[in-house]
Design a protein around this ligand. Structure first.
Ligand code: 13P
Ligand code: SF4
Length: 349
């Protein structure tokens, strides 16, 4: 999180205090120089930097004014007066900030920074589902692009999905695009899931044969964790508590000790007394939690990484602020329709 340092030396010292044993000293020196420059320009420009929990430790602990999960960062984007907004996260997150702040400059420090879930569904897919299931409300995960949000009734994040589903006055819901999140939410809310292309009855009667219609999107990262991974780690690290993001398969979530949004995972480790934790999510987060909880051992399966989140670097964050790159734009007609879905979600507390 943003440092109080005003000189390069203080920047280095404050980063070293948090990241000793996590980031090698030589790398920290180099990254402290970048962080110092970023924080200087940020102040000069009156910018705010929002940082997702998955950002690499040196970035996470030096330049964001606010860190958090998708829901917390969306709320912050809705409240801030700062301009520009630099989003250290992936494209759909920066787009959500732009949807909420049409007159401000929103910058994404990467050319692409996509997401396999966002890429798994198009606006036309949603329009087709609506035709197939007329009148059925559509909930889309925030991990979608603006044109998909524009076709939906309400958004959700991993932190509020069950509340959003329960807020709808309908037994039948279309929940897109994450197949696993849909299944995990269904289990929490008592709803049933069917997938239009595989399990659809010939003449569907919404509300009679099924209650929740899912899509076949998956997170390319969380899809890779298995129940066997959990068994192996439990054998090797007795007493380990296992945390699985709800984008993991229902079997993996079932075999874990806790499942919720990235920020709730951070809180869980802080609040529990166990010595060891396995995080089934992007492994930078394990380093970030370790920096805040030096007495606890974090086990991360770091061969599985999110290539999209890892596109965001301190170098590109500096470039974004120096050269206004990459400016996020959302066509106004799409933005206005997407805004309704995002605002409806933010109204749910
Ligand atoms: P959170 O909303 O839990 O931070 O999740 C975002 C994400 O992309 C997880 O892979
Ligand atoms: Fe998308 Fe998965 Fe990466 Fe999250 S971890 S940004 S859901 S690809």
């Amino acid at each position: 999180m943003a440092l109080t340092a005003t000189t390069l030396e203080e920047t280095y010292q404050q980063m070293a205090q948090k990241l000793e044993g996590i980031v090698p000293e030589i790398e920290l020196k180099y990254k402290a120089e970048l962080a110092y420059e970023i924080n200087k320009i940020k102040k000069e420009r009156g910018a705010i930097i929002l940082g997702h929990n998955y950002m690499e430790p040196a970035l996470f602990h030096s330049v964001p004014d606010v860190v958090g999960d998708s829901l917390e960062l969306s709320r912050k984007a809705a409240e801030t007066d700062a301009d520009p907004i630099v989003f250290c996260g992936v494209r759909f997150m920066a787009e959500t900030a732009k949807i909420l702040n049409p007159s401000k400059t929103v910058l994404l420090p990467a050319k692409v920074a996509g997401c396999s879930l966002a890429e798994s569904i198009t606006a036309e897919d949603v329009r087709n589902l609506r035709k197939q299931f007329p009148g059925v409300p559509v909930v889309t995960y925030i991990n979608t692009y603006a044109d998909v949000k524009a076709e939906t009734d309400i958004c959700c994040t991993s932190g509020n999905a069950h509340k959003v589903v329960e807020s709808l006055d309908s037994d039948t819901i279309i929940f897109l695009p994450d197949e696993y999140l849909a299944a995990n939410v269904a289990r929490e809310t008592g709803k049933k899931i069917i997938f239009p292309t595989l399990d659809m009855p010939e003449n569907p009667k919404p509300g009679l044969d099924y209650q929740m219609i899912g899509w076949h999107g998956r997170c390319e990262v969380h899809d890779q964790f298995t129940v066997q991974d959990i068994k192996n780690v439990r054998e090797q690290f007795p007493g380990v508590l296992v945390l699985a993001h709800p984008e993991c398969s229902p079997e993996v979530v079932e075999a874990s000790d806790f499942s919720s949004s990235t920020s709730r995972m951070v809180d869980y480790v802080r609040d529990m007394d166990a010595d060891r934790y396995l995080l089934l999510t992007e492994c930078s987060m394990a380093d970030n939690i370790a920096a805040e909880n030096p007495e606890k051992e974090m086990v991360g399966l770091c061969s599985i990484r999110c290539p999209h989140m890892n596109e965001i670097t301190l170098e590109d964050t500096l470039n974004a602020l120096q050269n206004n790159e990459q400016v996020i734009e959302v066509p106004e007609d799409i933005r206005l329709r997407a805004l309704r879905s995002v605002e409806r979600m933010l109204e749910i507390r």
